[in-house]
Design a protein around this ligand. Structure first.
Ligand code: OGA
Ligand code: MN
Length: 293
């Protein structure tokens, strides 16, 4: 196995082993898992991807999430991100899937609004546009290190609130349906996720984050905006330009990502599986600390 570094202090391509070997072989899985813990974003090129292979690979890393209420793939372990209708036509501007794609273009980590949240996401390119539609990543470990010591100490004990409806509301007021709101109420987590394998800390925020305990709503939103701006400075970004057969896996504990726009007259079809975090992934340390009443 060869590990080729890609981004500014994180992200790596794996060569020499493919996803099928990870799925089939415990020793290969262990080696790739170590690269995942170290580099946060893994790129596999030219994979013979099928739904079965994506499932078998993803399940190695832990239990899988069921796709969100009211999203394509609801009730299955596949989240489908596309502008292609089931009949093969492309969605019109203003269509729910187009609005969702725009919400995915806000910097975020997946499923911080869920209990439990996500360890990792595995995204496979099934149909890609000729240009545009890249996915960009930043390291929230690097971000943590770039905070001032004072701010780091403050955030170390802080808790923040996450709500799917908050990020959707930035795109269109009713993009999160009543049903989505009722099955995904706001949740809170610690703002610092410590990786139990290497002890490295990451700032845990996203487009979904709307409040920080102890701060007014206005001050919370201002701080979240400042932290997001710090995290996503251009030189901190790894941009993945998709090629046919690419699969990218990222650590939702330690990165943020966003999609980029693509020409609306071109199809893009991506399938994501999402791995749920467990206590062994450091989730045990993420529950909000509430002072006794
Ligand atoms: C995702 C996501 C962005 C993209 O799959 O979670 O945010 O580029 N994708 O499709
Ligand atoms: Mn996402």
């Amino acid at each position: 196995m060869e590990v080729i570094k890609l981004g500014p202090g994180f992200a790596a391509e794996i060569r020499g082993v493919g996803m099928a070997e990870v799925a089939a072989d415990e020793a290969v899985y262990t080696a790739v898992r170590a690269v995942f813990e170290e580099h946060s974003v893994l790129v596999f090129r030219r994979q013979p991807i099928t739904d079965e292979l994506q499932l078998a690979y993803s399940k190695r890393f832990g239990p899988l999430e069921t796709a969100k209420a009211a999203s394509r793939g609801e009730g299955t372990q596949f989240s489908i991100l596309t502008n292609v209708e089931p009949d093969g036509s492309l969605v019109k501007p203003g269509h729910k899937e187009e609005l969702r794609a725009r919400a995915n273009q806000l910097w975020h980590t997946d499923s911080c609004f869920k209990i439990p949240p996500a360890l990792a996401s595995v995204l496979s390119a099934r149909t890609i546009p000729t240009h545009g539609g890249e996915t960009e990543f930043v390291s929230m470990r690097n971000t943590w290190q770039r905070l001032s010591p004072e701010l780091r100490a403050r955030l170390d004990g802080a808790c923040a609130w996450h709500d799917y409806a908050h990020s959707r509301g930035k795109i269109a007021p009713h993009l999160a349906s009543e049903r989505e709101r009722s099955v995904m109420p706001p949740v809170s987590w610690r703002m610092r996720w410590r990786n139990p394998v290497n002890g490295r800390d990451a700032l845990y925020i996203a487009s979904h984050t709307y409040a920080i305990d102890g701060l007014s709503r206005e001050d919370s939103l201002r701080l979240i905006d400042e932290l997001t701006a710090l995290a996503t400075q251009p030189e901190q970004i790894y941009q993945h330009r998709w090629q046919a057969g690419d699969v990218v896996m990222w650590d939702n504990r330690a990165t943020m990502h966003r999609g980029r726009p693509w020409p609306e007259d071109q199809p893009r079809y991506m399938i994501r599986t999402t791995i749920t975090a467990t206590d062994a992934d450091g989730l045990a340390g993420m529950w909000p600390q509430r002072s006794a009443a």
